[in-house]
Design a protein around this ligand. Sequence first.
Ligand code: ADP
Ligand code: MG
Length: 401
Amino acid sequence: MSDLGSLGDVRGKRVLVRSDLNVPLDGTTITDDGRIRASIPTIRELAEAGARVVVTAHLGRPKGAPDPAYSLEPVAARLGELLGQPVAFATDTVGESARQAVAGLADGQVAVLENVRFNEGETSKDDAVRGAFADQLAALADAFVSDGFGVVHRKQASVYDVALRLPSAMGGLVAKEIGVLRRLTVDPARPYVVVLGGSKVSDKLGVIDNLLGKADRLLIGGGMVFTFLAAQGHEVGQSLLEEDQLDTCRSYLQRAADTGVDILLPTDIVVDTAFPSGDREPEPRVVPADAIPADSLGLDIGPESGRAFAAALSDAQTVFWNGPMGVFEVAAFAEGTRAVAEALTTVPGLSVVGGGDSAAAVRKLGFDEAAFGHISTGGGASLEFLEGKELPGIAVLERDA
Ligand code: ADP
Ligand code: MG
């Protein structure tokens, strides 16, 4: 699906690959190497084609200067293990070490440059500062491949500016994500069901706004549900409530009614008298959604709602799910999320999970990732795409040359 072919024969060429290797670390121990694994196919494809592969990536949020706590060195080592071939590591981003590592590559070999965010030019808002850094990155290579989906919504030197300076192509990882997301926004197969949850309405306004005009059904759970329930005039007790979004939620309900989109809110809620903490055992209680006791807060959708949501998903030809239905991190409040995840595994059409916590929930609850049509690797990037925003790292690849 990638368009690496557009670069022509890459044998002997230095190809700069922007990957997303931003893995969680505990000291220098990688606790989840999923993003490294996801980056392998493009790197391998280029190496097998005889390219001299130069990988650039970031780790965490260093402050534009070298910081050993965010070194990519352990990541480069793991990449080498997974690739099954040695990987050279440059101890700087575009300096002497980087130049030497690149110059030392034979055809089919791979080097990783130190954390690209050790240079302030990477994330600078100043086009000239970013551009100067991109010039240095571009000088290390003959071509560029954009494969870090988690960063394509960022106008950063290694994502955007470098693509203006080199023949550029989309890597397979980015191409796959964009292909799936387009199926959610351009002429989706119907019925199209969108399931939204997570913590706050205010995080998801752009997505609701855009998808309300495309979906046939919108199912709402998670913390955001209480602002919708309150907008309908119900008491929500101590539940998460965003008073300043009440009017917005009312306008969404009205728009849905006007345009014939079904909005499904839970009819029962799992409540407790305190937010879960290590100090006390949860005491979950199921109550009607319109009768949340004043001293309680909603922490999950109830079993009746879980069944209704599953039923609303059963004939879906397209599903997008973002945001857990409850505080899934605690088993007592994970059943609503489980019910939705379960339903997604059996929908007849394309099922897509987006969002960091949603993807984590699917794994934590023990589902086989292969049972879903697609689990997006880039939370922020996929949400911005679904908000209808242009992603700078994609637009720059697709611009008319
Ligand atoms: P994603 O990362 O998939 O986009 P979010 O970051 O929006 O999802 O939301 C995930 C968080 O929402 C989880 O940590 C979960 O505990 C929290 N959450 C879900 N339901 C509730 C609720 N009823 N009250 C408070 N927090 C909730
Ligand atoms: Mg999140």
